[in-house]
Design a protein around this ligand. Sequence first.
Ligand code: ATP
Ligand code: ATP
Ligand code: MG
Ligand code: MG
Ligand code: MG
Ligand code: MG
Length: 278
Amino acid sequence: MANSKFEYVKRFEQPDQLLPNTWIVVRLDGRGFTKLCAKYGFEKPNDRRALELMNMAAKAVMTDLPDITIGYGVSDEYSFVFHKTCSLFERRASKLVATTVSTFTAYYIHFWPTCFPDVPLSSPLPSFDGRAVCYPSVQNLRDYMSWRQVDCHINNLYNTTFWTLIQLGGMDAKEAEKALAGTLSADKNEIMFSRFNINYNNEPEIFKKGSVVFRDYELVEPGSHIVAEEADDLAEPVQQSKTQQETDKKRRAKARVLVDHLDIIKNDFWDRRPWLLS
Ligand code: ATP
Ligand code: ATP
Ligand code: MG
Ligand code: MG
Ligand code: MG
Ligand code: MG
């Protein structure tokens, strides 16, 4: 209530406004999913139902929060990128993180029965932690996204080989771990191919590349605009008028949210969708 003697407690709150004009990444991660996988019998190394559930929740988050320009998900984590001009909650970190994580969690629980119709949820329910990090340049942001996708690749190659040794090679976890100790990527590819006739390249894209969530907007033909290397040299993208920016923003917010399993390390993905980072 206004002006009560208790109101001074408000002054204990710490400001947590994020740096202006920076790309805000909110990354959430499933709490204790190693245990949760075992409890609900997730297929190893990749349970498709669980990945689809993550993607459905991410799509819903992006539909509810149009300030998010792109999301990237792998395993039990999702990164959401808020545009550098975002002013939602005055860019307060706790509000952005809490809203993103609780919206995601709510949809994860909501869609669970769709993805796991025969597996009822029970306490403790799935939950997620979250954090916000600011990236000042497009290069830093792209390096962040590349970092997550490289992580996806490295972990998936390891996990796929590890579980092949167990499921098809009859090893136990200790033996499989030992067999993989000190191996490089090429060795893991070789183990799978020579012993099990599995070509890692033929594994599903969703497992190898993770999931990118973005709005379906007109694609730009490669070469029809400034190339990425040149764009990197420009301190700022070409300025648009305020009304043009508003119109574009509305169109983008209305566009359908898509999930795909694409390479986000190379330039092509970004070159064809310059609006993502402008
Ligand atoms: P923390 O609470 O610290 O995050 P955690 O047990 O969730 O603990 P992570 O490092 O996040 O630890 O690991 C997530 C675990 O869940 C990994 O073992 C990963 O293989 C597993 N996992 C996540 N998604 C799937 C999936 N779709 N199919 C199979 N396993 C999955
Ligand atoms: P914000 O997103 O900024 O929090 P808000 O609309 O949620 O916006 P609050 O200040 O949190 O704003 O106010 C919550 C509103 O919900 C109040 O109007 C409050 O009276 C109403 N409300 C909350 N719980 C109940 C309830 N159990 N029964 C009736 N009204 C409720
Ligand atoms: Mg964690
Ligand atoms: Mg986790
Ligand atoms: Mg994780
Ligand atoms: Mg409220």
